[in-house]
Design a protein around this ligand. Sequence first.
Ligand SMILES: NC(=O)C1=CN([C@@H]2O[C@H](COP(=O)(O)OP(=O)(O)OC[C@H]3O[C@@H](n4cnc5c(N)ncnc54)[C@H](O)[C@@H]3O)[C@@H](O)[C@H]2O)C=CC1
Ligand SMILES: O=C(O)C(=O)COP(=O)(O)O
Length: 311
Amino acid sequence: MAKILVTPRSITSQGHSALSALTNAGYEIILATPGQQPSENELIERLPGCVGMLAGVEKISARALAAATELQVISRNGVGIDGIDLAAAESRGIRVCRAEGSNARGVAELAIGLLLSLARAIPSGDRAIKSDQWERRQGIELEGKTLGIVGCGRIGRLVCEFALALDMRVLAYDVVPDSTYAPSDRFSFVSLDHLFENADAITLHCPASVEDEALLDCAALSKLKHGVFLINTARPNLIDIDALISKLDNAEVRAAAVDVFEIEPPIGDRLAKHPRVIATPHIGGFTHESIDRAVQMAVDNLLETLCPVVQ
Ligand SMILES: NC(=O)C1=CN([C@@H]2O[C@H](COP(=O)(O)OP(=O)(O)OC[C@H]3O[C@@H](n4cnc5c(N)ncnc54)[C@H](O)[C@@H]3O)[C@@H](O)[C@H]2O)C=CC1
Ligand SMILES: O=C(O)C(=O)COP(=O)(O)O
């Protein structure tokens, strides 16, 4: 029976309703160790004999792909494909597809939740009360403040709508700005430098760059407004983490919220533990609704590429 490896850490049993379409089409589901990202060794062990892979955010290296001699398609149950060695996949004729837009609402709602949490110091207020402290940190209101959105795609546009509904101004930067997108006279596409210099809060919604240079390196972080808020629900390597920590130490960056880490879980991670940082465990797309949409789309994409074994 042709096999499909299912690795997303959000799928902890074969009982997910969308997966039954794979068994109904005649495929055997091989479930990787539940709840975590599979290692390269686990992929090398499980990929041989698989024609398809329903993949999460794990690294899929050229070495793992070399073991996947029958693999025809890697279907992401999400958006980011920065973990996949795309050149190796292409050279082996393996198609890579994404569940585009499936988790945009989940991430956009989290980004706005984090923005409000930063502006009103909600997590630290809760922590203080739980340890019998009465710590009233004076917050700021978002009305009239400027949100900088880097990457104005599916997630960035939803964040933009929410920010406009909060009466914010929005400056957006995108490598391919869509000139037809003009949701309000409080919105404009600008250069990256203009965004860096003028935003009161910045939220990242672009893919990780293929080159290793961080988008927010030390020089870029030095251009930001003093006391800016920074939100990263995109990918960790978009920011030079050491440079960010020193900007947080001297409050040049007033506070940051981070959902994504180089190593997950980020045990002992200096950024996650920083007192000016709100850290969440990569939950941007981890809602019931987003996961259902993402798995359904990923299964549909898989079956579209592979011919069903049984009709
Ligand atoms: N925390 C989480 O759970 C999740 C995180 N993500 C991350 O969010 C990213 C964005 O997702 P979507 O909005 O769905 O993708 P999308 O493909 O709809 O939009 C990405 C946008 O970024 C633009 N872009 C590409 N490179 C850029 C750069 N260097 N600078 C500025 N803009 C650039 C593209 O032109 C596009 O408009 C994903 O690549 C992924 O890394 C996505 C889903 C869940
Ligand atoms: O879709 C993406 O790019 C994500 O980062 C989602 O990650 P997850 O599949 O929830 O572990």
